[in-house]
Design a protein around this ligand. Structure first.
Ligand SMILES: Cc1cc2nc3c(=O)[nH]c(=O)nc-3n(C[C@H](O)[C@H](O)[C@H](O)COP(=O)(O)OP(=O)(O)OC[C@H]3O[C@@H](n4cnc5c(N)ncnc54)[C@H](O)[C@@H]3O)c2cc1C
Length: 478
């Protein structure tokens, strides 16, 4: 019997798993997909919000600022790319400046560090490519950008290295209440556990309803984006929000952690929990709104578009508590924005709830917070590169030409404790296929490497989710 079973390996579940690996507990992380970070965690704005805007008294307000402050340490320990580039909330008229000043006062109340209100001149000095129509902004230097799936993968890897079991391809179909604990029925075998943590994102209400009468309903709310080539990456140096109006929170323009430019999202409530297709209408809206903030965005340099789904509820706050009628079953649900920014604080908060239920937990004396760093070949000095190639010639073979990713890096990420098994798994961990050609050149080579390293037939290699085959069979006989 496990002590704790966490359902859902997005950034929430992975953060909780890592936090629990600090203690002597038998913990399992259960995920329906074939990889971690395959839900909302893989498609969002990737901003570590400073935390001035959640409504007072909410969990969002409490956990955003606290989570933000934890990112320097956590990203250093886990070798995850993170930059405090700062965020700007830009106003285009005096009415919006009032909102900027309100957010400033709120940020001061929440102890957001070093925030300030900028006038037009100071703002344009910082960001010369902003529209001439801007009148001022709120500046929060503690806001940052991150690789969201890189964070979740690193958290999962560190959790597994510290003793957590990861069960992939294990969709939870049902949960039975036992005299003590629960039996979780999954697509790949049952799991008995004393405590359950429901971190199933868009499906967290469905998971909750397996043990309890319904108390909340997730409304998937889609946001769509344009991702630009690195040639546009220096259009802005900081995250550019628009002052929120009564109708919209505005579209964001920001540099990504790997030097691209991202413009989005819109917000559209939909019914389909898997509805991550993009639409012409939303992408046009996003382009128009983004161009309001930043001059001369060249949409000819968009390399891909994508959509993500927020797990919203009408109450617009995180739900982190023991279920009222299911003892020892803790919901960590409705984790929409700023869920990424709050993730480390959500994990600590959840473990505090567990401690109240379980009593003081015994520390795992062997807990190692440090994850073995990735070798980023392109960033090595010429001497280091030559030395590495001498030791392992696979670092001398460039597979992804856009991002300069070598075979050595790809092989390393396949054989890590939460290793990549799919083409997109490689893309998310090593960036092969993230560049301008979007995998047009390197995907066949990546597939060959996956097949060879995992001892599979190449036709079995999938793009992303189970069943997303790329090859179906030979087009001609030899
Ligand atoms: C458009 C958009 C923009 C955003 N921008 C930001 C931002 O800039 N900053 C920020 O802080 N936050 C942002 N967010 C919010 C942030 O992305 C989320 O809060 C966070 O990713 C939620 O992570 P999660 O682990 O709770 O959910 P998910 O990542 O969805 O993980 C849930 C996991 O549960 C699994 N699962 C579901 N059902 C089952 C089942 N039956 N059995 C087993 N496993 C199951 C899923 O496969 C999934 O892997 C944004 C969100 C969106 C959509």
């Amino acid at each position: 019997m496990y002590d704790v079973a966490i359902i859902g390996a997005g950034v929430t579940g992975c953060s909780i798993a890592r936090e629990l690996s600090r203690y002597n507990l038998k913990t399992i992380l259960i995920e329906k997909d074939n990889d971690v970070a395959n839900g909302t965690t893989k498609a969002n704005s990737a901003i570590i919000h400073a935390g001035y805007d959640p409504v007072p008294g909410t969990l969002k307000a409490k956990l955003n600022v606290a989570g933000n402050a934890m990112f320097d340490k956590i990203t250093e320990e886990l070798d995850v790319p993170f930059k405090r580039v700062g965020t700007l909330v830009v106003a285009f008229c005096e009415e919006e400046m009032e909102e900027v000043r309100r957010l400033y006062e709120q940020g001061v109340d929440y102890n957001v560090p070093d925030i300030q209100v900028l006038d037009k001149e100071a703002l344009l000095e910082m960001e010369p490519n902003l529209s001439d129509e801007v009148v001022g902004a709120l500046y929060a230097p503690s806001g940052g950008i991150i690789g969201p799936w890189e964070l979740a993968i690193a958290l999962a890897e560190n959790a597994v290295d510290n003793g957590v079991e990861l069960k992939l391809n294990a969709e939870v179909k049902d949960i039975k209440k036992l005299d003590e604990g629960y039996e979780i029925v999954t697509a790949s075998g049952n799991v008995k556990t004393k405590y359950v943590i429901n971190a199933a994102g868009l499906y967290s209400d469905k998971i909750h309803n397996m043990v309890s009468t319904p108390t909340f309903e997730i409304i998937p709310t889609r946001g769509e984006y344009h991702l630009f080539d690195k040639s546009e990456g220096d259009k802005v140096s900081r995250v550019i929000f628009q002052a929120p109006s009564k109708i919209s929170k505005g579209v964001v323009v920001l540099p990504t952690i790997h030097g691209n430019l991202l413009v989005g999202p819109n917000a559209e409530a939909i019914e389909d929990r898997q509805g991550i297709e993009t639409t012409r209408e939303a992408l046009d809206f996003v382009a128009k709104q983004g161009s309001k903030s930043v001059k001369e965005l060249n949409f000819g340099n968009v390399i891909t578009s994508f959509a993500g789904l927020r797990s919203k509820t009408p109450e617009n706050d995180f739900i982190i508590e023991e279920s009222a009628d299911a003892k020892n079953f803790i919901n960590v649900a409705a984790i929409d924005s700023p869920g990424l920014s709050a993730a480390p604080a959500i994990a600590e908060y959840t473990v505090e709830i567990l401690k109240e239920l379980m009593g003081e937990l015994e520390e795992n004396k062997d807990f190692n917070p440090i994850r073995r760093p990735h070798i980023n070949f392109i960033e090595l000095s010429d001497e280091e590169k030559a030395e590495l190639i001498k030791k392992d010639p696979r670092y001398g073979r460039v597979i992804c030409r856009c991002e300069s990713i070598t075979e050595g890096e790809i092989v390393d990420i396949i054989h890590r404790s939460v290793g990549a098994t799919t083409v997109d798994g490689i893309k998310r961990r090593a960036r092969a296929g993230m560049g301008r050609c979007q995998g047009g050149f390197c995907a066949p080579r990546v597939m060959e490497i996956i097949a060879r390293e995992l001892n599979k037939d190449i036709t079995e290699v999938v793009k992303d989710r189970n069943g997303s085959y790329i090859l179906t069979g030979p087009t001609k006989e030899n």
